[in-house]
Design a protein around this ligand. Structure first.
Ligand SMILES: [Zn+2]
Length: 167
């Protein structure tokens, strides 16, 4: 009698399995997936997502020349050193520019249209970050609007950052 083939054990899903997710997100083909892969076996930048899960928006700073990077890096683009430190970024910022996605949203985000996206100048750091802008309709947003960064669950266990208007 032939031996019963063994079925490989399924890998446990990390925090945020679909039943705990705020909103279920369909599994998309890799090339259509807007959000990056976040775990240590998928990216050397996993600490960015680990920290984001703790509510900390952070990036890398070169230990050799002090350059602050955005997005975070595995090697300094100036001196190529891989000796980088993780540093928290200021939460506050001001809206430098914005636009609205009225159609043609990335796959899986069609139901969220219309939504605002913008460039945010962080207060106290020489960085301008792109991201979703929540808190107000895009028709009510103004250049210079104060915003704060926040992290959120995208619905399949992963996290990402976005900005929210203050007041
Ligand atoms: Zn450097």
């Amino acid at each position: 009698m032939a031996e019963t083939p063994t079925v490989p054990e399924r890998k446990e899903m990390p925090l945020g399995t679909p039943e705990h997710a705020p909103k279920a997100r369909p599994k998309l083909p890799f090339l259509l997936d807007f959000f990056p892969l976040e775990t240590a076996d998928q990216t050397r930048l996993h600490r960015f997502y680990d920290r984001l899960r703790e509510g900390r928006l952070s990036t890398t700073r070169c230990r050799r020349d002090g350059n602050l990077h955005w997005p975070p890096r595995t090697a300094c683009p100036t001196c190529h050193s891989e000796e980088l430190d993780w540093v928290d970024l200021p939460e506050r910022g001001h809206l430098y520019a914005f636009s609205a996605v009225l159609a043609g949203a990335p796959f899986g985000m069609e139901g969220e249209v219309p939504f605002a996206v913008g460039l945010v100048d962080l207060v106290g750091a020489p960085l301008r970050l792109f991201g979703r802008i929540e808190g107000k309709s895009w028709t009510a947003l103004r250049i210079g609007e104060p915003v704060t960064s926040e992290s959120y669950e995208v619905g399949d266990g992963r996290v990402f950052y976005r900005f929210r208007t203050i007041g």
